[in-house]
Design a protein around this ligand. Structure first.
Ligand code: AZF
Length: 444
C-alpha cells in the first residue's frame, strides 16, 4: 500500500456557527441560524449557537490543542455577518479582526489555514431580501468574498467558496429542516442555482486578485441499489444524479445533468437557467465531504428522485444512523477521477458521531471513532495508491459542537467539550489521530 506523501495535509475541520458562540459580539449581524435556532421546535432541546464552544473567545486555547494534536492544517469558516453585518454593505473591522488574529495564530503554530467562505450562516439581513432565492445573491457573495480575498489572501492559501451547497438548498429550501426553513421543490432548485452562480462569482473574482488556490466542498455520497431489481437500480441511479451530479456537473463541466430537469419536472426553474446561464469557473481542487453511502429502494412518491433510503439489518451505524462504509470513500474518489479527470482533491470532512462516555479521570474512551478514522484513512490510502491526487484529510470535527438541528445531542469531536464549563478533553481518538500524524500515516 502506497504511503501518504510528506506534503499531505493532516487537518481537522469546524465551522463558524457551530463553534464560535458570541454571534452578535463586536458589531456582528445576526445570521439565519441565529434566527432559525430560536424558532420553537427547530433544534433539539431548543439549543442555539449563542455559546457553542465559545471559540470566539477561546481560539488561542483551541489552537494550542491543535498544536498538541499535531495537525498541520485547520479548516474553518468565516461568519459572513461578523465581517459584513448586513451582508452587503459596510465592513465591520472588529469582525474581520477576529479572523485576522485567528489566521496569524494558526500560522504561528505552523498550521495551514483552509478558509470556507460560506458554511450555511447567511446574514439574516440578506434573507430579508430573499436570501438565496434572490438573483442578486451571487453578487452579494462575490462582494463578500472580495473583502476576504483582499484581507487574507496574503496568508490564506487554500480557499473554499461554499460548504455543501446541496445541503443548503435541500435542507434549507425543500425539507425545511435547516435555516431558512422553507419547503418547496422549486425554491430548492432556484436556491441551488444561485448558490452555484455565487460559487462561480467568487472563483472568477479570485482569479483577478488571488495568488493561491480555490475550490468548493461538496457532500458526496455513493448511491447503491438495495437489490438487483431494475426499479431499485434505477432509483439509485436517479439519486446519484440528485445527490452527486446535480452540483458536480455544473461546477466541473459547466452544465446540469440532462436528467435533472426531468427529476424536478415543472418545478425546474427553466427561465432562471436560460437567463443566467451556467458559469463554469475552473477550480484548483475539489473538497469531498464523505460520511457514508446510501442504500436505495424505488419510491414513486419520493420527490424529486423517487428513491427511499434503507439500512441493511447488519449495518454498523454511527450515532447519526449513518452506515459506516469506508469503501464508499475509495469508490467515490476513483469515480470522481474517472468522470471529471485529474483534479487535486482534499477530504474536507470525514468523521463520526458516537455515543461517547463522559470524561473520566481526564479521558474519553471513544474506540469506535478511532476505528472509523483508521478505516477511512485506509480507504483514502487505497485511492491514493490507485492514482487519485489526494492532497489532505480533515477530520470532522476538532471539537464537539452545535450539530445544526440536532443541537448538542450529537458529538463528532476529537476533543470532548463540556458545554456547561467549556472544558476541553482530548478523546482517545485524538490521541490515535495524533500518533498517526506523527507517523505520517504509516502502519495504519
Ligand atoms: O453532520 C456532520 C457535518 N456534516 N457536514 C457539515 C457539517 O457542518 C456537519 O456538522
Amino acid at each position: 500500500m502506497i504511503g501518504f506523501p510528506t506534503s499531505f495535509l493532516w487537518g481537522a475541520a469546524t465551522s463558524a456557527y457551530q463553534i464560535e458562540g458570541s454571534p452578535l459580539a463586536d458589531g456582528a449581524g445576526a445570521s439565519i441560524w441565529h434566527r432559525f435556532s430560536r424558532e420553537p421546535g427547530r433544534v433539539v432541546g431548543g439549543a442555539t449557537g449563542d455559546s457553542a464552544c465559545d471559540h470566539y473567545r477561546r481560539y488561542r486555547e483551541d489552537i494550542a490543542l491543535m498544536a498538541w494534536l499535531g495537525i498541520n492544517a485547520y479548516r474553518f469558516s468565516v461568519a459572513w455577518a461578523r465581517v459584513v453585518p448586513d451582508g452587503n454593505g459596510t465592513l465591520n473591522p472588529k469582525g474581520l479582526g477576529f479572523y485576522d488574529r485567528l489566521v496569524d495564530a494558526l500560522l504561528a503554530q505552523g498550521i495551514e489555514p483552509m478558509l470556507t467562505l460560506y458554511h450555511w450562516d447567511l446574514p439574516a439581513a440578506l434573507e430579508d431580501r430573499g436570501g438565496w432565492l434572490n438573483p442578486d445573491s451571487a453578487k452579494w457573495f462575490g462582494d463578500y468574498a472580495q473583502v476576504l480575498f483582499q484581507a487574507l489572501d496574503d496568508r490564506v492559501r487554500l480557499w473554499l467558496t461554499l460548504n455543501e451547497p446541496w445541503v443548503s438548498a435541500v435542507l434549507g429550501y425543500l425539507t425545511g429542516t435547516h435555516a431558512p426553513g422553507r419547503r418547496g421543490l422549486r425554491e430548492a432548485a432556484l436556491a441551488a442555482h444561485h448558490l452555484l452562480l455565487a460559487h462561480a462569482e467568487a472563483v472568477t473574482a479570485y482569479r483577478a486578485v488571488g495568488r493561491h488556490r480555490i475550490g468548493i466542498a461538496l457532500n458526496l455520497e455513493p448511491q447503491y441499489a438495495a437489490s438487483a431489481q431494475a426499479e431499485d437500480v434505477e432509483a439509485a441511479a436517479r439519486r446519484h444524479i440528485y445527490v452527486n451530479r446535480w452540483f458536480l456537473d455544473p461546477i466541473l463541466l459547466g452544465r446540469y445533468p440532462a436528467e435533472i430537469p426531468q427529476l424536478f419536472g415543472a418545478d425546474w426553474p427553466r427561465r432562471a437557467l436560460q437567463r443566467a446561464g451556467l458559469i463554469r469557473a475552473p477550480i484548483d481542487f475539489l473538497g469531498v465531504n464523505y460520511y457514508s453511502r446510501a442504500l436505495v429502494v424505488d419510491d414513486p412518491s419520493g420527490r424529486p428522485a423517487r428513491g427511499r433510503l434503507v439500512k441493511r439489518r447488519d449495518a454498523q451505524l454511527t450515532a447519526m444512523g449513518w452506515e459506516i462504509f469506508p469503501q464508499g470513500l475509495t469508490e467515490m474518489l476513483l469515480w470522481i477521477r474517472r468522470e471529471y479527470g485529474e483534479l487535486p482533491v482534499y477530504i474536507t470532512e470525514n468523521g463520526a458521531a458516537c455515543n461517547d462516555p463522559l470524561p473520566e479521570r481526564g479521558r474519553v474512551l471513544d474506540p469506535g471513532r478511532a476505528r472509523f478514522l483508521g478505516r477511512h484513512l485506509i480507504a483514502a490510502q487505497e485511492a491514493l495508491g490507485r492514482g487519485v491526487d489526494l492532497r489532505g484529510y480533515f477530520a470532522w470535527s476538532l471539537l464537539d459542537n452545535f450539530e445544526w438541528a440536532y443541537g448538542y445531542s450529537k458529538r463528532f469531536g476529537l476533543i470532548h467539550v463540556d458545554f456547561a464549563t467549556q472544558r476541553r478533553t482530548p478523546k482517545m481518538s485524538a490521541r490515535f489521530y495524533r500518533n498517526l500524524i506523527c507517523r505520517g500515516g504509516a502502519n495504519l
